[in-house]
Design a protein around this ligand. Sequence first.
Ligand SMILES: CC(C)(COP(=O)(O)OP(=O)(O)OC[C@H]1O[C@@H](n2cnc3c(N)ncnc32)[C@H](O)[C@@H]1OP(=O)(O)O)[C@@H](O)C(=O)NCCC(=O)NCCS
Length: 173
Amino acid sequence: MEKLTNTCDLATWKMEYARELAEIANNLKVKRYLRDAFPHPYALKDAQDFIAKALKAEDGFYFCIQAGGNLTGSISVRPRADVERFSGEIGYFIAEEYWGRGIATEAIRAMTHIAIKQYGLHRLFALIDAPNQASARACEKAGYTFEARLKDAVFKNDQFYDQMIYAFVDSND
Ligand SMILES: CC(C)(COP(=O)(O)OP(=O)(O)OC[C@H]1O[C@@H](n2cnc3c(N)ncnc32)[C@H](O)[C@@H]1OP(=O)(O)O)[C@@H](O)C(=O)NCCC(=O)NCCS
C-alpha cells in the first residue's frame, strides 16, 4: 500500500491479530463513545467475528492500524446507499496506551485519501458524541470540518448526548 502516514500504517486485517484486537478493544474507555454494538467485555470470539466481517468487506472497507509492529487500532468506512452512495461514514478507535500521539489523526487522513482515491467516495463523515472532544479534534486535524450538532441524537451511558457531524468533501473532482 502507498505510504500515507508517518507514525502508523493502515494494513489489511489478518485473523492472527484477533488476540491483540481483543486485548485493546476490551476497555470501557474505548467503548465509551462507540455504538452499543461494540461488545463489552470484548472476547476473543468478538475479535474473530469482527475480523471475519472486515475480511468479507460486504458493508464497507476495514483496516487495522499498526505502529512499531503493534496493533494500535481499527478504522473503517461504510459507504451509504442510493442517493447517498458517494458518502461514507468513517469510524475508528485507538488502543488507550497509544492515545495522544497523533495516530488517529494520521489514520483518518490516510483512510480519507484511500476512500476517495481507491473507492471513489466524494464525502466522508464522522458522527461524534459531543463529549468526545478527542475525536472531534482528531477529525479537525485531519482536515474535517464541523457541520452540525444534532440535539440529543444519541442515548448512551444512560444519558442523551448531542451528536456532532464532521465531514471531509473532496474538492478535486
Ligand atoms: C478519539 C480517539 C480515536 C483519538 O485518538 P488519538 O490517537 O489519541 O488522537 P490524536 O492524538 O490524533 O488527536 C487527539 C487530539 O485530541 C486532543 N484531546 C484529547 N483529549 C481531549 C479532551 N478531553 N478535550 C479536548 N481535546 C482532547 C489531543 O490533545 C489531540 O489534539 P492536539 O494534537 O491538538 O493536542 C481515541 O481517543 C479513541 O480511540 N477513543 C475511543 C474510541 C472513540 O471514541 N472513537 C471515535 C468515535 S467517533
